[in-house]
Ligand binder design. Structure first.
Ligand SMILES: NC(=O)c1ccc[n+]([C@@H]2O[C@H](COP(=O)([O-])OP(=O)(O)OC[C@H]3O[C@@H](n4cnc5c(N)ncnc54)[C@H](O)[C@@H]3O)[C@@H](O)[C@H]2O)c1
Ligand SMILES: O=P(O)(O)OC[C@H](O)CO
Length: 253
């Protein structure tokens, strides 16, 4: 049902004097971001975004949210009209009117295709090690849900499909049960216990270094998404005069 070759766009970097894409394609391992985990040989790293995405039927987005707009603009004129996007990305952006803009909506708006969402209490190293975890796929139609479930589900990675909640908007369409799915409270627990943002919170209070310094030292190329999202939340709540309602009189950051 699916093509055997998987093109993986990879932002090109130099790693120990070599191009990271060349190392990944030779070693079948992302030695910088996921060392110790072998990638299947049908996954091919490509540094040219248009080349990697132009014939794709499914576009899976997993990158820090601050790069999505630029990435989509580069792809805009080159992808198939019939392509379907799936976003694994946390965080959001702000729209011109100051309201929250979901990343899946941004992808849909720029690429003019549907964008489903896959989200859960999933930490990348745990999924890569095939530790059991669950996730939620949010989509607009049952067909999209079935297709994506058959693509992503493994014995150690269980996917529940939610046809309404995420596709219709986290706030507008969401049903109470969504909070009890993997993408709800469980994800909050995962990020608060094992995520990078939790590590940042713990480290920042014990050190006199800035978040930027700590990001460089601890993550070595990865990014803490929390501070950027917190900035956007602050902006939206300020514009709506809702700061005190959310934070009371005391604000930590
Ligand atoms: N890592 C996890 O455990 C995890 C779990 C669930 C969801 N997510 C979400 O997935 C998204 C990506 O997370 P991550 O952990 O892969 O990110 P990350 O912090 O590891 O980001 C590093 C990646 O960004 C790429 N990059 C750097 N500059 C870029 C640019 N200008 N354009 C495009 N790519 C660039 C790097 O090449 C690298 O692959 C985030 O929204 C995150 O919240 C991550
Ligand atoms: O490492 P964090 O803090 O970005 O959290 C990772 C994921 O969001 C957990 O699902």
């Amino acid at each position: 049902m699916f093509e055997s070759r998987v093109n993986m766009y990879m932002y090109e970097e130099t790693f120990e004097g070599q191009k990271l894409t060349e190392v990944v394609n030779r070693e079948h391992e992302n030695v910088k971001y996921l060392p110790g985990i072998k990638l299947p040989e049908n996954v091919v790293a490509i540094p040219d975004l248009v080349e990697a995405s132009k014939n794709a039927d499914l576009l899976i987005f997993v990158m820090p949210h601050q790069f999505v707009r630029g990435t989509c603009k580069t792809m805009q004129e080159h992808i198939k009209d019939s392509a379907l996007a799936v976003s694994l990305i946390k965080g959001f952006d702000t729209a011109a009117d100051g309201s929250f803009l979901m990343i899946s909506k941004m992808i849909e708006d720029i690429l003019s295709i549907d964008c489903c969402v896959l989200m859960g209490a999933n930490l990348a190293p745990e999924v890569a090690e095939e530790q059991f975890c669950e996730t939620t796929i949010g989509c607009k139609t049952e067909e999209q849900g079935e297709l994506l479930k058959s693509l992503f589900e493994k014995p150690y990675f269980r996917c529940s499909v939610n046809v309404v909640a995420i596709g219709a908007g986290i706030v507008d369409g969401c049903k109470e049960e969504t909070f009890f799915e993997s993408c709800g409270v469980a994800d909050l627990v995962a990020t608060c216990h094992g995520g990078r943002n939790r590590l940042l919170g713990e480290t920042v209070v014990k050190s006199d270094k800035t978040i930027r310094q700590l990001e460089k030292e601890i993550l070595r190329g990865q990014s803490f998404q929390g501070p950027l999202v917190a900035k956007d939340i602050f902006k939206v709540l300020s514009q709506k005069n809702m700061l005190e309602r959310f934070f009371g009189k005391y604000m930590l950051l």
